[in-house]
Design a protein around this ligand. Structure first.
Ligand code: ATP
Length: 363
């Protein structure tokens, strides 16, 4: 059978383990040899004990764990051709010509580049005498399937990225806990949540926790947001509410593209309303902890579909990303999705927020 390897790269997210598990078990079920590459691209470049064959039981008891048990990393070496040359040699040595990459847009971009260079990397290895002519011919095609692991839900082409739902649950749980203490002391709480370019976590958590105000990256508030905010909070208190909750995404900005921070919002409230105001920064709590049922199933479905895509791939097949479209797992051209994701980031940087939202929405 084919040689398949799976690795996780970039920031970790809940549900990655479910995806790794599905890749391993589907591969074995279909008669393939399947490998873990530990520590992302770094493990691929370094080789050795970082690339190990997986068996059925290697992925027992991991579906309920957050993070990624096979490790993840950011890797400078893989950004250089010399690093990718080493990685190619390590893969060929084990007969691996199929990769399942689980990561964000950076990791998928790296995989695409690797695939494009594959032929020339093998030529160089052959010239250096590091592989044989037989190996050069046998392993001439590298097939790639990508899965998007990210808690931010910031990738174009998929309705949900692996990890988003769990992060959202964590935020809601923490906010519910804060609400009970805020109620007792009639306090105002500002919750800082993740989401550098994407307001999904902040907006959905605001809607589901009955927050009074939300600041997110792609919909900057009007110029006079300070007045509006204070008016809204005041109104709620006058109407008998004992507390206020404000959600601030870490990437929140104003109409000039300048950051709006939790500290700034606190100062505005204290200066104008004299409310007892506290900040809670959720930080990495959002990325950790056990994955939700949704993320476990999402990881399983995406992982299984990635293996199917690799099984069906031939030399003309472009790298694909497995996406969730409604309730369907579908395959989309990897680079189209990455390019659109990058176009959204650019539109945001250019302060074209409406364009960014429209671009992200298109499938
Ligand atoms: P996150 O959503 O957490 O940022 P990501 O996959 O986008 O995840 P990056 O740090 O951008 O995270 O990329 C992870 C790794 O992928 C990098 O450390 C690098 O090894 C590799 N990589 C990223 N971009 C490229 C590229 N253009 N060429 C080669 N390798 C790349």
């Amino acid at each position: 059978g084919k040689g398949i390897a799976v690795f996780t790269s970039g920031g970790d997210s809940q549900g990655m383990n479910a995806a790794v598990r599905a890749v391993v078990r589907m591969s074995i079920y279909l008669g393939c040899k399947v490998y873990f590459i530990k520590e992302g691209y770094q493990g691929m470049v370094d080789g050795g004990a970082n690339i190990v064959e997986a068996v059925w039981s290697s992925v027992s008891s991991i579906i309920h764990l957050g993070g990624t048990t096979i490790g993840s990393a950011r890797c400078k070496d893989f950004r250089e051709r010399a690093g990718r040359l080493k990685a190619a040699k390590n893969l060929i040595g084990r007969g691996i010509t199929n990769l399942v990459v689980i990561g964000g847009d950076g990791s998928l971009t790296g995989a695409n580049l690797f695939r494009q260079e594959w032929g020339s990397l093998l030529d160089e290895l052959l010239k250096n005498g590091e592989i044989t002519a037989e190996q050069r011919n046998k392993y001439k095609i590298l097939n790639i399937a990508g899965l998007v692991g990210s808690i931010d839900n910031d990738f174009c082409g998929t309705d949900m990225t692996i990890g988003t739902d769990s992060a959202l649950h964590r935020i809601i749980e923490a906010t519910d806990a804060i609400i009970s203490t805020a109620y007792s002391h009639q306090r105002t709480f500002i919750m800082e949540v993740m989401g550098r370019h994407c307001g999904y976590l902040s907006v959905v958590s605001a809607l589901t926790t009955e927050a009074d105000f939300v600041f997110c990256p792609e919909s900057p508030p009007p110029e006079n947001w300070e007045t509006r905010l204070c008016k809204k909070l005041d109104q709620e208190r006058m109407a008998g509410q004992r507390l206020n909750i404000i959600i601030v995404a870490e990437g929140a900005i104003d109409r000039h593209g300048e950051p709006i921070t939790a500290g700034q919002v606190k100062k505005v409230i204290e200066d104008n309303l004299q409310q007892d105001t506290r900040i809670t920064v959720l930080g990495h709590v959002q990325r950790g902890g056990s994955p939700s049922a949704f993320d476990r199933i999402l990881g399983c479905r995406m992982g299984a579909e990635a293996v199917m895509a690799l099984m069906e791939a031939d030399e003309n097949t472009e790298p694909c990303v497995i996406s969730l479209d409604g309730n369907q797992a579908i395959r989309l051209p990897l680079m189209d999705c990455v390019k659109r994701t990058q176009a959204v980031a650019k539109a945001m940087a250019d302060k074209q927020w409406e364009d960014a939202v429209e671009l992200r929405g298109k499938s």
